[in-house]
Design a protein around this ligand. Structure first.
Ligand SMILES: [Zn+2]
Ligand SMILES: [Zn+2]
Ligand SMILES: [Zn+2]
Length: 259
């Protein structure tokens, strides 16, 4: 919790190499813009909450996290009927299963994921057992689908919907919803609201995928995730084989398979 009270700061230019400086100016400008934007956003939330005192800037992040509302709609009964054992599936609530799970690559603990509305879609992503932060080697269900660094174009979210891409601070594990301009995703120059470190676009990125497959069959098992990955690899190999038979350029296929 002590991390929550750490104030964000912009790294001093003198501490960084000269090669960085020109780029850094842009980043700092961007950060300042973003910071004032975030502060406005936070103060809006703070003002609307009668319990908060006006000078509690330290408390703002915690307040945003505490008052976050779940983003995904409750499980539709038809999904439960599609389960192999609808009766058993019916015994489990959305609160119980969450929106997905991730397997810690270090201790293999299964952690539940919940998608929240607002700027921190999964709040802090720490392993419940070993407290390590989710990293790009951890496995997760569709709601947190690894997103390759090169891909910065994506369809706009539907009107009134939030961007379904996020990245996770490598220092404190706070997840940040990506910003979007048109169809371009922006993962750069974000100052972590949790620990104050700045992302130069290097945090692990994720697409916030469809929760239905998991909600249909939430059986949380490491084997299932591993099998899914093996399955993907087999399908991909098959596609490549087809492609070479039909002598299509393989680059078209490589776009389809970010995993
Ligand atoms: Zn762990
Ligand atoms: Zn990991
Ligand atoms: Zn952080």
């Amino acid at each position: 919790l002590s991390m929550l009270h750490h104030k964000g700061s912009i790294p001093h230019p003198h501490r960084l190499s000269a090669a960085f400086t020109s780029k850094l100016t842009d980043v700092i400008e961007k950060n300042n813009e973003r910071k004032s934007h975030d502060l406005r956003r936070l103060s809006l939330i703070t003002v609307s909450d009668s319990r908060s005192s006006k000078d509690s800037s330290h408390g703002s992040l915690q307040e945003v996290l505490d008052h976050a509302v779940l983003a995904e709609t409750p499980t539709d009964p038809y999904l439960i009927q599609e389960n192999k054992y609808p009766f058993l599936r019916n015994l489990r609530t959305d609160e119980d299963i969450g929106d997905g799970l991730w397997i810690c690559c270090y201790c293999h603990h299964e952690n539940t994921l919940r998608h929240w509305k607002g700027p921190f879609p999964f709040k802090y992503i720490h392993c419940d057992r070993c407290t390590r932060i989710l990293c790009s080697s951890c496995h997760s269900s569709e709601v947190l689908t690894p997103w390759p660094y090169g891909m910065i174009s994506a369809p706009r979210p539907a009107p009134g919907r939030e961007v379904r891409y996020c990245h996770v601070c490598v220092v404190c594990g706070l997840s940040h919803r990506a910003e979007m301009e048109g169809t371009t995703l922006d993962f750069y120059g974000v100052t972590c609201s949790g620990c104050g470190i700045t992302s130069y676009g290097d945090w692990p990125r994720f697409h916030i995928g469809n929760v239905e497959p998991y909600r249909r069959d939430p059986d949380p098992s490491f084997v299932k995730l591993i099998e899914a990955r093996v399955d993907d690899a087999v399908k991909l190999a098959f596609q490549w084989e087809l492609a070479s038979v039909e002598s299509r350029p393989p680059s078209r296929l490589s776009c389809r398979s970010p995993g």
